[in-house]
Ligand binder design. Structure first.
Ligand code: AMP
Length: 486
């Protein structure tokens, strides 16, 4: 994906990351617990995993490509190396070009005041501009990750204390971030002022934990304490927990797509259980776009809770008409196009005996490029279904996300190019309907979408971006960081 050109390259495969982060302070098994925490967050990133611990005067870093279990499995050398009572970890998910080893987090740097490790979930929207300035001033970058910008800015801060240096750095960045950071004495958890990405806090045996989702607390038997608030920096050290709100307050805009697709259904984020949210969305979808049919079939696994909600509301039997092979990752996450296209066949198989002669309603969470839905509809028809109706538990995805969910360029989004009827024809369904915007808000317990102050970040459905898109060209492409280091 590198172009070798250094000026104003808008790159199709710019780094958009949706990741999982984990941090723990004050536990003898900090490294092993981080491995487990990252394993629970595996759905947030499958390309690479890394953990940094601090032990008696030095930091230990293990960063590896692949799944958490690949490198950090039982008795692995990597897991054994992770000594110490403090740790942070990161699961990485990136598009092509982001797979280089130097991008695997946590990033670490030896600053004037000591070591600093950072793990970041989200995406900065002015990283290119900041990086260009920093490079002009002599900074030498080692990765193409936007997160490294935060390290450089922290290193350059003239403040005395590391917490203040980090605040200084974060005051200069725009975008979405849920960060965990580790020094020799402190664990820090911080969310951007809009609170776009999740970050929760937990406790285990007196140790404090930060994690992207509550499912990472469950796996280690930790108790959920609370969500880190938008714009809040929580610092944990030997004296306890200190909380700061160092940024200018902004409207709270948590990513609604975390509920629709990204988070694990057994997680509770900002007081709302993800599974229940998805079921509610399915029920509202059934109310809004009913259709006479013999069965409701989820596109597994992401469509399952919404399909259940739909089936209950419509009083139509829920059936597993498509079986998923669990040994293949999420298709969308595979970095190369050829694998993505192959992926659907590798992953889903129709349950022919169930489908023959039936009028079916397929429920999935989203249509992005449309590749998956088109293949699924054809597969279900080939298996003998008499009618195939498609229901989508999100509004049409018309805009790219620049805050950390990997979506293609706007031009590649099916809903950006087509209206619903054209999309129906493209995917080959007998009918197609998406949940309405107000329907989505209703399912989330709001009366409707308040256009002046929406309760969520729903930019991928509305184009209403709550955070400045400094490095974005015409709202469609993110300036690549990689181009400049080619
Ligand atoms: P597509 O073939 O591009 O329309 O892919 C749509 C499917 O990808 C949906 O069924 C979702 O389950 C899944 N999906 C949607 N958004 C993402 C994302 N950002 N990352 C990974 N998978 C996604």
């Amino acid at each position: 994906m590198t172009t070798g050109h250094s000026d104003h390259i808008w790159d199709d495969d710019a780094l958009h990351e949706e990741c999982g982060v984990f941090g723990i302070f004050g536990h003898a098994d900090a490294g092993a617990l981080s491995v487990l925490g990252l394993h629970a967050l595996q759905h947030r990133g499958q390309e690479a995993a890394g953990i940094v611990t601090y032990d008696e005067g030095h930091f230990i870093a293990e960063r590896h490509s692949g799944l958490v279990g690949d490198a950090f499995g039982r008795n692995s050398q990597a897991a054994r190396n992770l000594k110490g009572h403090f740790a942070i970890g990161h699961n990485r998910y990136s598009t092509a070009g982001g797979s280089r080893a130097s991008n695997i987090q946590p990033l670490f740097a030896d600053l004037a005041g000591g070591g600093l490790a950072i793990a970041h979930n989200g995406n900065l929207t002015n990283a290119h501009t900041l990086r260009t300035d920093l490079v002009a001033q002599g900074a030498i970058f080692h990765s193409t990750s936007d997160t490294e910008t935060i390290i450089h800015l922290t290193a350059r801060s003239t403040k005395a204390r590391i917490v203040d240096k980090l605040i200084d750095a974060l005051c200069q960045v725009q975008g979405a971030y849920s960060l965990v950071a580790l020094t020799s004495k402190k664990l820090i958890g911080v969310r951007d002022p809009n609170g776009v990405r999740p970050l929760v806090m937990g406790q285990l045996d007196g140790a404090y934990i930060f994690a992207s989702e509550t499912c990472a607390l469950d796996i280690i038997g930790a108790e959920y304490v609370r969500d880190v608030k938008p714009g809040e920096m929580v610092v944990v050290d030997k004296d306890g927990v200190h909380t700061h709100f160092p940024f200018k307050p902004q409207a709270h805009r948590f990513c609604v797509f975390e509920y629709i697709y990204f988070a694990r259904p057994d997680s509770t984020l900002e007081g709302r259980n993800v599974y229940e949210a998805r079921k509610n969305i399915g029920a509202v979808l059934a109310e809004e776009s009913p259709v006479d049919a013999d069965m409701v079939i989820p596109v597994p696994d992401s469509g399952v809770p919404a399909a259940l909600g739909f089936a209950n509301e419509a009083k139509i039997p829920f059936e597993l008409g498509i079986i998923r092979n669990h040994y293949v990752g999420r298709t969308f996450i595979e970095p190369s196009d050829s694998i993505r296209h192959l992926g659907v066949r590798l992953k889903h198989n129709p349950n022919r005996a169930k489908l023959k002669g039936q009028r079916v309603i397929l429920v999935d969470d989203s249509i992005v490029r449309g590749t998956t839905s088109k293949k699924i509809v054809a597969m279900v028809r080939d298996a003998g279904a008499a009618e195939v109706h498609f229901r989508v538990s999100s509004p049409p995805t018309t805009h790219s996300c620049f805050y950390g969910v990997d979506t293609p360029n706007t031009d590649d989004l099916l809903a950006h190019k087509m209206d619903v009827e054209q999309m129906r024809r493209f995917i080959g369904a007998d009918s197609l309907a998406f949940i309405s915007m107000n329907g989505l808000y209703r399912a989330m317990g709001k009366a409707e979408r308040n256009a002046k102050a929406p309760a969520f970040c729903d930019a991928c459905f509305t184009g209403d971006y709550p955070i400045a898109l400094t490095d974005i060209s015409g709202g469609t492409r993110q300036l690549s960081l990689l181009a400049d280091v080619a």
